[in-house]
Design a protein. Structure first.
Length: 72
């Protein structure tokens, strides 16, 4: 993922199913907040501006690239 990408909040875990309702998809990646010294995927996180104007920092595993037709 890179700055400017459109993303959707996504989780397949039942524990976070209620959280999915709090996100207004899509969002846009505003900033890469990943630890530059971390070479592992687990250290990747991004500042996201959601369609409802909320800002959150999300771990990459909860984001997936939005498909252009998916949001219409």
């Amino acid at each position: 993922m890179k700055v400017g990408d459109l993303v959707n909040f996504h989780t397949s875990g039942w524990v976070f199913a209620h959280a999915q309702a709090r996100y207004k998809n899509p969002g846009v990646v505003i900033e890469d907040r990943s630890n530059p010294s971390s070479r592992v995927e687990n250290g990747r996180s991004y500042l996201i501006l959601w369609a409802d104007q909320k800002l959150t920092v999300e771990h990459f595993s909860y984001l997936k690239l939005a498909k252009e037709n998916e949001n219409r």
